[in-house]
Design a protein around this ligand. Sequence first.
Ligand code: ATP
Length: 281
Amino acid sequence: MDALRDINRRLKQVAEIVNQATSVADDNGDCQVGVDLGTADIQTIAVDGRANPVAAFMTWADVVRDGIVVDYTRACTIVRQQLKQLEDCLGQSVTEVVTSFPPGTDARISTNVVEAAGVEVRHVVDEPSSVATLLGIRDGAVVDIGGGTTGTAIVKDGKIIASLDDATGGHHVTLALAGHMGIDPDQAEQHKRQCQDHSVAEIVRPVIEKMADIVRSHIDGYAVPTIYLSGGSCCLPGFLDAFAAELRDRTVVLPQEPLYLTPLAIASYSLDVAPALRVVG
Ligand code: ATP
């Protein structure tokens, strides 16, 4: 698991540098930049040629819903702002980026926004493929639990052979918490994100169990020895215990700082670093 340790180091580095005005590298060289347009946030990460993160920006934003950009102007504004911050930070201009799309949605949703923000799209990749590539997964499932959905991509021989998703994500965790605590969803969202113990996970355990049930139904009929988790909802302390308890017959791998795994994978896509980082053979 040395490779997972290496991924975790990179993810922790993203967490340390996110929204910082200065780059971690003295010489940024040729960076590759990834833009992830999600339902809960927009993230832009720059990595060096060895996929080490050098700068990262993230903005909570409610601009994408159900695979549709519901606030196109704000989406473009945020991406433009993040690219400007990145350029200031790196001391170099950014002319092209890698971006992504969730399986089953139209890739042009992200590419239109990115191009409107003034840069070329170098690659557009589906999100679980980028994660599978970064982690070097040959066989297993990438499960992304973001703001709106629980999505599963089945990987066989290094290729995505099926992807499914259902509407239960971090937003539903927040609503369950708000209902339980008698507070409004915005307060519940803050409380959830700041929680340092298992208290929230205990309250919302039925939602986490539902997510695990969804994944069980997604992988039914496929040979899936290992599930690799990604997505901000998996950050919740106690999430892994509650989730894995429902899937005892599988190995569940939770990288650190899963909120940054998909954007890091997008930024690193096509850098050909996977063999060095490979988690499983
Ligand atoms: P989607 O994958 O649905 O498009 P997204 O890519 O925007 O959404 P992520 O950025 O992976 O989703 O995750 C966002 C979700 O993670 C939000 O629902 C947010 O509340 C949740 N989240 C972020 N940090 C934490 C935390 N520390 N504890 C619990 N949940 C968290």
